[in-house]
Design a protein around this ligand. Structure first.
Ligand code: GAP
Length: 513
């Protein structure tokens, strides 16, 4: 655990030190769960977005893009169910005046039982040595079984109470378990209340005519309300998809873990409209396609797993998460949801406008079913960034910090380094920069010894360093150093462009899908 926490702290501080992510409004001590992307972060984020867009829109002749506004007519959110059902159960501590998510307090309590199980396992492993059989121990040890049974029963009761909206029982559970305020220990709790996560704002200048609006909590609704416009103007035939990337806003109560859970974040969503009755097949197909997209980045098959939902959102008939192994454990990275005809039907009812499709193949008119893929861009950023940050022991006994970003996503593809700041080497290096910058983001660096410059670029995530030395003046060749292997290769300046292109070309990466 301490190790995980250390690793995560390093991720956060490295992101700041190397110009990836800053706390928003830092000079005013920051704004909780809001972050800014700095010079390198903005490039990495853009490259992830492009990688998604190419795979989803450009490579599918039946998926088109959309850029809907953040502000939408307020009835949108009544129809989508967000006004009534997009909320978290909250509880306040009367003494510390701190507010918590009631379900998180209970889950944290169960997490402590899990930690006790881990402790028992460690003790037993020490006691039994090589003969220790962990699986058997977990299945038979009475103390472990007791903790497990207790944890399962608590979660089951909480799940049922939340499902039934029995918030009094959620409070009773907190009290029965003796859960105190994590900050003060006080057990003096208010009742549990539902708290809507949408941010409200106003449209219009005068107080009496202003209209109450919400900042969208998901981008998906912009797609639903435009479904027929896109279908007609694009003459789309079912099955087809509409994809969109953009900001979403949620007044998250437990906003922690850096950019994992933010109040302002960006989503990359695609709604795939299908004939009713075929949604199950498309759901399975999109689960598979999206996992392949992740795997194409080469961040390790073992770092991903599916989690099928037992408790479904108000709009879904099936749902699964693609979970990723973040520094704090496996957590949701992307959701794939079979949303039925819930949204289009609700918009039809609330707007009084038909949102139906005439299917010429079966001569029928219907409201399409929808399979959605929804991934948080910031969360994907965190997955890529945290997985790439590594400390390596080198053969000479030193360590290096290296950010092994997939080359296709790296903000800067190559750094051009004159070996010394004289003898005409900077001029040659700058000429290479001028030539390569038409095709790639490249950097020029002449400060410090070349070894230090390599380390700096390793830590910033630049996959290639190109060094211009005295021999370059005679043979028009440079040394290219590969970030991950630290191997060096002598190549002609005229070959550089093709060599880098081969390594960073989106096509070559997506072809691995
Ligand atoms: N349209 C469906 C939808 O919004 P969701 O599971 O609530 O579903 C989809 O969100 C994805 O958006 C999540 O898998 C996650 O990657 C990202 N996401 C959700 N809330 C977030 C937050 N507060 N901060 C960062 N990313 C978030």
């Amino acid at each position: 655990m301490a190790n995980q926490e250390d690793k995560f702290k390093k991720v956060v501080s490295h992101a700041k030190e190397y110009g990836y992510v800053f706390q928003s409004s830092e000079i005013y001590d920051g704004l909780s769960a809001v972050y800014d992307y700095a010079q390198n972060g903005v490039e990495l984020k853009k490259n992830i977005r492009d990688y998604w867009w190419k795979a989803m829109v450009q490579m599918h002749d039946n998926i088109v893009g959309l850029d809907a506004a953040i502000f939408m007519h307020p009835t949108t959110w009544k129809a989508s169910g967000h006004v009534d059902a997009f909320s978290d159960p909250l509880i306040d501590n009367k003494d510390s005046k701190k507010r918590y998510r009631a379900d998180v307090l209970i889950e944290d309590y169960v997490g402590k039982l899990d930690a006790k199980i881990e402790k028992e396992v460690k003790k037993a492993a020490k006691r039994f040595g090589d003969s220790f059989d962990k699986a058997q121990f977990l299945e038979t040890n009475p103390r472990v079984l007791g903790y497990k049974e207790k944890g399962d029963a608590i979660l089951q009761r909480m799940g049922q109470s939340l499902e039934k909206e029995d918030l009094a029982d959620v409070k009773a559970l907190i009290e029965e378990l003796g859960i105190g305020c994590p900050l003060s220990g006080s057990k003096n709790w208010t009742d549990v209340k539902q708290f809507n996560l949408m941010f409200g704002t106003k449209l219009g200048a005068s107080a009496d005519t202003a209209m109450d609006l919400y900042l969208r909590p998901e981008t998906a609704q912009g797609i639903f309300v435009n479904f027929l416009n896109v279908q007609k103007s694009g003459r789309m035939k079912i099955p087809f998809g509409i994809a969109q990337t953009g900001k979403a806003f949620r007044n998250e109560i437990v906003a922690r873990q850096f950019i994992f859970r933010m109040r302002e974040f960006e989503q990359m969503e695609m709604q795939f409209f299908v004939r009713p009755g075929t949604q199950k097949e498309w759901y399975e197909q999109w689960k598979e396609t999206r996992l392949k997209w992740h795997l194409s980045l080469g961040m390790g098959e073992d770092n991903y797993r599916f989690h099928d939902h037992d408790k479904l959102a108000h709009y879904a008939d099936a749902a699964a998460d693609i979970e990723f192994k973040f520094p704090f454990g496996f957590k949701e990275l992307e959701g794939i949801h079979s949303r039925t005809d819930f949204d289009l039907k609700a918009h039809e009812e609330h707007s009084g406008k038909k949102l139906q499709y005439f299917d010429p193949e079966i001569n029928e008119r219907y409201i399409p079913y929808v399979v959605e893929t929804s991934i948080g861009l910031d969360r994907m950023f965190l997955a890529v960034f945290s997985n790439s940050l590594q400390e390596e022991e080198l053969e000479n006994g030193t360590t290096r910090t290296v950010l092994k970003l997939p080359a296709v996503l790296a903000p800067t593809k190559a750094a051009i380094l004159p070996l010394v700041k004289k003898d005409g080497l900077p001029e040659v290096a700058k000429k290479i920069v001028e030539d390569l910058k038409w095709d790639f983001n490249v950097a020029y660096d002449e400060k410090d010894a070349v070894g230090r410059r390599y380390r700096r670029q390793d830590a910033a995530g630049t996959p290639y360093c190109i060094t211009v030395d005295h021999d370059t003046l005679n043979d028009d060749s440079v040394t290219i150093r590969h970030r991950d292997t630290m191997e060096q290769q002598r190549v002609k300046i005229s070959e550089l462009k093709a060599l880098i292109k081969e390594e960073v070309d989106v096509k070559n990466w997506l072809m691995k899908m």
